[in-house]
Ligand binder design. Structure first.
Ligand code: FES
Ligand code: FES
Length: 160
C-alpha cells in the first residue's frame, strides 16, 4: 500500500487526477502539485484569509482543508478569475481604486469579496467592511479595498 489517495478535482474549469498523501493541505496541493501559486499562504492556521479560494461556489480557507477533502469538488483560485485574457471586473476595480499594495492578501481578498457580493449584491460600506473582515491586510488600511468592492458591486450585479 502506497499511502497515497487518488483524488479527482476541477480547478478553474480544468479536471485533475492526482495521488496525494492524506495529510497534504489543500493550499499546498494547489501551490505545489498544480503550480497555482496565486493562492497565498500566510498563517497556515485559518486566521489571515490569504489562502481563500472558492470551494463548490463558496469561499473557503484552503490552509485548513486537506487535499483529499476536495475529492469531486469544483475549485476556483485567483488564476481562474480572468476572462478571455481580461481582468475580472473585481480585479479591475482593485487596480483602479488602489485596493492592493504588496498584493499578498489580494488573492484571498478577491475570493472573499466575490463570495460576499454573491450574497450581498448591493452592500453598504459598513457591510463591505464586515464582509471582508476575515482577511487581514497589512498594507492598505482597507479603504482602497472597500472602495474597490463598492465600485465592483453594481458591475457584478448587472451581470446576474
Ligand atoms: S494561510 Fe490560510 S488563513 Fe492564513
Ligand atoms: S496589499 Fe499587502 S497585505 Fe494586503
Amino acid at each position: 500500500m502506497s499511502g497515497l489517495y487518488k483524488i479527482s478535482v476541477t480547478v478553474n474549469g480544468q479536471a485533475y487526477d492526482r495521488e496525494v498523501e492524506p495529510r497534504l493541505l489543500l493550499s499546498d496541493f494547489l501551490r505545489h502539485d498544480l503550480g497555482l501559486t496565486g493562492t497565498h499562504v500566510g498563517c497556515e492556521h485559518g486566521i489571515c484569509g490569504a489562502c481563500t479560494i472558492m470551494f463548490n461556489g463558496e469561499a473557503a480557507r484552503s490552509c485548513i482543508m486537506l487535499a483529499v477533502q476536495a475529492e469531486g469538488a469544483e475549485l476556483v483560485t485567483v488564476e481562474g478569475l480572468m476572462r478571455d485574457g481580461k481582468l475580472h471586473p473585481l480585479q479591475e476595480a482593485f487596480r483602479e481604486h488602489h485596493g492592493l499594495q504588496c498584493g499578498f492578501c489580494t488573492p484571498g481578498m478577491l475570493m472573499t469579496a466575490l463570495d460576499f457580493l454573491r450574497t450581498n449584491p448591493a452592500p453598504s460600506e459598513r457591510e463591505i467592511r464586515e464582509g471582508i473582515s476575515a482577511v487581514l491586510c497589512r498594507c492598505t488600511g482597507y479603504q482602497g479595498i472597500v472602495n474597490a468592492v463598492r465600485a465592483a458591486a453594481p458591475v457584478l450585479a448587472a451581470e446576474r
